[in-house]
Design a protein around this ligand. Structure first.
Ligand SMILES: *Cc1c(COP(=O)(O)O)cnc(C)c1O
Length: 508
């Protein structure tokens, strides 16, 4: 935990006399004062690359604007995600303070410790480790010394405010502490009886999040559905498919397995690869996966879905699941749930919404229209570990009808039987996931929610959106950048910097 993370903006969400400022790092992110909220437009007088150069932005920051993975490339995705955290770091880099340019200042990172992939050759880390496992106990100080010597040089600093690779994967102080408490308690929450608090806190927190994100009433544990924390959205996509197979086959898959020659799954070319992986794991195989065409915004075309469903049904296939995405991985495109929903209902096909990255934006009421039509969903996943200040892993997954999920996954051997389960009085979350065992992940979600409050989380999302819009406006107004994909999701800007037009300085 680096001292540069000691946020100074906590007071924007908490009373000044609050003692919470003592927690080591981040806190509520303030929306940047003065950052224009409106849609991006060419009116912006800023010229991004010029500003970067004229203000002597360090190469680290300049190159991350060119390629988030850290290597020079002509393609740029300028994410406005967790980089917002560098807002906190403005105090940490006073020497490099540029004149004006709020975003530039926030993008400034310590040039000493570059974000992105670390230099090194494959095998470097293993070469620093002994060939044989330790026979004798060792003092912890030598273990920590080796951590410093062998491990840390081979670590990519995902939590560095200047790390722009992939999706944001931001953790926070309260999340770390939640995981620490979970590790210390060492609870295995597979069944209600193995630790009632693990199950009940999780159910409660998931109901809270369903409310906060504006999800359908059917997803509440008090209705026919319910939420559960999965290890990843990939896992959530798989269990959604298993539940859909169970429902479509009216339970036959549990006894006879799947019918890979009949079952079909519908995605678009922009759908995350984990859905096809789920089809393979479920035994359907990649050929069961139908690729529905996308429109100019890279969103799934409802008419194309309807046509494929009609054709497949006519040819004797059984459509099982449609996976719609809110915030695709390549460009954060958004599939039109409100139009896809009625089509799915007409064909009796399960609608799964993969909102892994962008779903948490629903905590901000004015962003909910991005997910309009979510009430059609049979299941929904969003990652608190991507954009909601919670450390990996914490995928929030809901189903509208929990019976389909538990019908697919529940098995009750003698050694798991207990009075509470037998009486049907409790929920056993092992029946909602692939593994039996489960960590107490609800703790970190609870800590994060308590610490920031819903208002703090909303401020966090809003500030990222404001930054992304500012960045997009600058890129749009600069002839050296081309905006390469229209983005409906407000937190990202996809632009290309032509190498012939602007080449970032190489790293020191
Ligand atoms: C990141 C992502 C996934 C995979 O998420 P994990 O939680 O890492 O498995 C799936 N779908 C989408 C749309 C994503 O952005």
């Amino acid at each position: 935990m680096r001292s540069s993370r000691t946020g100074g903006t906590l007071r924007s969400c908490r009373p000044p006399d609050d003692d919470r400022g003592q927690v080591p790092f981040p806190c509520c992110v303030e929306p940047f004062p003065g950052v224009r909220r409106g849609p991006c437009g060419p009116r912006s007088s800023h010229r991004l690359a010029e500003r970067l150069r004229s203000q002597r932005l360090r190469p680290a920051a300049a190159s991350l604007l060119t390629d988030p993975s850290g290597s020079p490339s002509s393609r740029a995705i300028l994410w406005g995600g967790d980089r917002a955290r560098s807002a906190h770091d403005s105090r940490a880099v006073p020497a490099a303070r540029p004149r004006g340019g709020r975003l530039d200042r926030r993008l400034l990172v310590e040039g000493r410790r570059l974000p992105g992939p670390v230099a090194g050759l494959p095998g470097d880390v293993r070469a620093g480790l002994p060939a044989q496992p330790p026979e004798q106990p060792e003092p912890f100080s030598t273990v920590l010394a080796d951590l410093e010597r062998v491990v840390l040089p081979g670590v990519t600093h995902w939590q560095h405010p200047g790390f722009f690779g992939y999706f944001p994967a931001n953790t926070s102080g309260p999340s770390v502490l939640g995981d620490l408490v979970s590790a210390g308690l060492g609870v295995q929450g597979m069944s209600w009886v193995t630790s009632p608090a693990a199950t009940e806190l999780e159910q409660h927190v998931m109901d809270w999040f369903a409310d906060l994100l504006g999800l359908p009433a059917s997803f509440r544990s008090t209705a026919a559905g319910g939420g559960v924390v999965q290890d990843s959205s990939s896992g959530a996509n798989l269990v959604a498919l298993l539940a859909a197979l169970h429902r479509t086959s009216t339970g036959a898959t549990v006894r006879h397995g799947v019918e890979p020659d009949r079952a079909t799954v519908y995605v678009s070319a922009e759908t995350h690869s984990s859905m096809e992986k789920a089809a393979r794991i479920a035994g359907l195989g990649s050929e069961s996966v139908r690729m529905v065409e996308v429109d100019g915004d890279l969103a799934m075309r409802p008419a194309a879905l309807a046509a494929r469903l009609e054709r497949d049904v006519a040819r004797g296939y059984t459509p099982v699941l449609v996976c719609a995405t809110v915030g695709t991985t390549s460009t954060t495109a958004i599939d039109p749930l409100a139009e896809l929903g009625p089509i799915c209902q007409k064909y009796g096909v399960w609608l799964h919404v993969d909102a892994a990255y962008a779903g948490v934006s629903g905590i901000v009421p004015e962003l909910r229209e991005l997910q309009a039509g979510v009430e059609w969903a049979d299941s929904y996943t969003t990652d608190a570990h991507k954009w909601l200040l919670t450390g990996f892993d914490a995928s929030l997954f809901w189903v509208a009808d929990r019976a389909a999920l538990t019908g697919a996954l529940s098995i009750l051997p003698e050694y798991l039987r207990n009075a509470a389960t037998d009486a049907g009085a409790v929920v056993d979350l092992r029946d909602w996931q692939i593994p039996l065992g489960r960590r107490f992940r609800a703790l970190k979600l609870w800590f994060v929610l308590r610490w920031y409050g819903a208002e703090g989380l909303r401020a966090h999302i809003r500030s990222h959106v404001a930054m992304a819009q500012q960045l997009a406006a600058w890129a749009e107004a600069d002839e050296r950048f081309d905006v390469v994909a229209p983005t409906r999701s407000p937190s990202s800007a996809c632009a290309r910097a032509g190498p012939e037009r602007w080449t970032p300085t190489s790293r020191p």
